[in-house]
Design a protein around this ligand. Structure first.
Ligand code: GCU
Length: 139
């Protein structure tokens, strides 16, 4: 199956706002997590088949401090403190990849800020079957 990209501005957002003031995002904007622990973006993604999938998060972090996110899949803590280090500027977008197991059909992938700085600016999540190459991102 081809990789599918889910825009953060279309996800479920708790304690965050959709913005478009830093160029280089895809879609119509990005999510600026509130600068608090517990702010989150939850993507509803579809998996054609159960099993291992890669998650590619496109983000920007214009600070020098890492902004880790915890990842839950369908409510189950799955990845703890995935690192989102500084990208040099809020207009510099990079990718962080991890792998998780998904069920066939609908999955809720929640990314939650673990520090008082909140999360990085979140552009999108691309989901693919593990072992296949994600598409090259713009920039
Ligand atoms: C700045 C920046 C925002 C960013 C915020 C932050 O205000 O313009 O896009 O989200 O810093 O530190 O989270």
């Amino acid at each position: 199956a081809a990789p599918v990209t889910y825009q953060s501005e279309s996800a479920t957002i708790s304690q965050g706002v959709v913005e478009s003031n830093h160029t280089g995002f895809t879609g119509s904007g990005f999510v600026n997590f509130d600068n608090v622990t517990g702010s989150y973006v939850e993507y509803t993604v579809n998996a054609a088949a159960a099993g291992r999938h890669s998650l590619v998060f496109r983000y920007a972090n214009g600070t020098t401090a890492n902004r880790p996110l915890d990842i839950t899949v369908n409510g189950t803590p799955t990845v703890s403190g995935l690192g989102f280090p500084g990208t040099g500027a809020w207009t510099n977008w990079q990718s962080v990849t991890t792998q998780v197991n998904l069920v066939a059909g609908t999955n809720r992938i929640r990314t939650t800020a673990t520090t008082a700085n909140g999360g990085p600016n979140a552009d999108s999540l691309t989901v693919d079957v593990a072992g296949t190459e994600p598409p090259p991102g713009p920039g």
